[in-house]
Design a protein around this ligand. Structure first.
Ligand code: ZN
Length: 463
């Protein structure tokens, strides 16, 4: 066993080093790598780099103590959102990642809509999940007037400091695997010297052709692997599947086959064990940036929220029914039937009011109503929309739960997930308080409903 620090050769002193830092939810650690002096040095220098680089990601995933995030309401007032106290009341589905029109990724915090057409639509959709599930009871989600989108750019910068930080991870993992240190001596020294000029890393996988994360995957991955045909030893790393990098460790590699993989869920920190393949043939010559990875990250995160939310609520249903069964109030046959019905209702309800993109094959009439509930219009109808509803602009409104008058300043459009390959926009009304100048963005159809403007679905095509 090695007793010396891999960087400075001091005696090891039991210092516990996280190979992927704890601040981004890394789990892999070792007391047999580095001394406390080096540990402190890297902690001071590199942890802030990870925290800063993934600031928004950490907030979205509720990792660590990225407690407050500064949010911007349509280029005017700034808000602070607290993860724990919820300065802006957040409900599970309230956090959504959208794209603004200039292509920036934005974090939106919105409340659900509350529309009279709830029942009719839910009933229509229920046919997809099983009949009769709606009979008897019907709940609607409480109205919440304050809505997003407050936004912040995900803004991941591939800085020299990040390059160094990725090198640190790879060097430590390499040594942790017990591989020959002399062959990467230069890399070890560069990391030890905190040399930000180290340029060995190739950012890659910008189209996820080298490796595509599986459904709902949000992970950290490190691979040290030899390639027999290419005669190379290389490292491959992914953090949150957004930042992906390749490092050539050894050319003309003649040694034994090497294949070390560390793969963990970046939210739960659980190990992921399925085999990971990386197709080096697909490594791009010119790195195309991380935008695609951010987009698909947002999609996988959204689908995890959906799955977790539904799983959690259906397990509550099951618990309730099991209690009733234990107490002899229902038979096991009734338990099964009721569970199926209530779960079906749950999915139907969630798919309409919370996660409108969950189901792709709504029919046209249903789609119109869903788009209405969520204030979604076709992107190519934007100009028509503005003209049709322009009388709203400049009008003064009063809100039940807010003081004073609000002036409608303009419509705000945020990119929404494509529907059947059609670009969709979510429309918000942007209000300014006459009292204190604060800003509010409220989904357009909430406002139409509140002021009794009829929904001109025949005149104005929402889908
Ligand atoms: Zn040391």
């Amino acid at each position: 066993m090695n007793m010396q620090c891999i960087f400075c050769s001091n005696e090891l002193d039991g210092s516990d080093e996280h190979i992927i830092p704890q601040c981004i939810n890394g789990r892999l650690h070792s007391r047999e790598l580095i001394c406390s002096k080096c540990n402190n040095k890297f902690g001071r220098k590199l942890d802030p780099t990870f925290r800063e680089t993934f600031k928004v990601v950490l907030h979205v995933l509720k990792i660590g103590n990225v407690e407050h995030l500064k949010l911007q309401a349509d280029n005017d007032a700034a808000y602070i959102r607290s993860n724990s106290t919820g300065t802006i009341k957040a409900i599970p589905q309230g956090v959504e990642i959208t794209k603004t029109e200039d292509g920036k990724i934005a974090l939106s915090i919105t409340g659900p809509d509350h529309i009279e057409t709830y029942k009719a639509i839910a009933k229509k959709s229920i046919r997809m999940f099983g009949a009769k599930a709606l009979e008897g009871k019907f709940e609607v989600i409480k109205t919440q007037t304050l809505s997003g989108p407050l936004k912040t750019s995900i803004g991941i910068l591939l800085t020299p400091s990040l390059r160094l930080a990725l090198n640190k991870i790879i060097v430590e993992y390499y040594c942790h695997c017990g591989l020959d240190r002399t062959s990467i001596k230069a890399m070890i020294n560069a990391v030890d010297q905190l040399d930000e000029g180290i340029e060995n890393i190739r950012y890659c996988n910008s189209s996820q052709l080298m490796r595509k994360p599986s459904d709902n995957e949000i992970s950290h991955l490190i691979i040290i692997r030899s390639d027999k045909n290419r005669k190379i030893l290389y490292a491959y790393i992914e953090l949150f599947n957004i930042v992906c990098g390749f490092i050539m460790l050894q050319e003309n590699y003649q040694g034994n086959p090497v294949n070390y993989v560390y793969h963990q869920d970046a939210i739960t920190r659980k190990s992921l064990t399925e085999e990971v393949s990386v197709d080096l043939d697909q490594m791009e010559d010119i790195f195309a940036g991380i935008e695609h990875n951010v987009d698909t990250f947002a999609e996988r995160h959204q689908s995890r929220i959906v799955m977790d939310s539904i799983k959690e609520r259906s397990s509550i249903i099951l618990e309730e029914l099991e209690t009733e069964h234990k107490e002899g109030r229902i038979t096991s046959e009734q338990l099964k039937m009721t569970y199926m019905e209530r779960s079906a209702y749950l999915v139907a309800h969630a798919s309409i009011f919370e996660f409108p993109d969950l189901i792709s094959d709504f029919n046209e009439a249903e789609l119109k109503k869903i788009n209405h509930i969520h204030s979604l219009i076709r992107a190519d109808k934007k100009e028509a929309f503005i003209i049709y509803y322009q009388e709203f602009i400049g009008h003064k409104f009063e809100f039940e739960d807010k003081k004073g008058l609000y002036t409608m300043k303009e419509f705000h459009f945020a990119h929404h997930k494509k529907r059947e390959d059609i670009e969709m926009l979510k429309v918000y009304c942007h209000f300014i308080s006459q009292e204190d100048g604060s800003n509010d963005l409220i989904p357009a159809t909430n406002i139409f409903k509140a002021v009794g403007i009829p929904f001109m679905e025949e005149l104005f095509v929402w889908h």
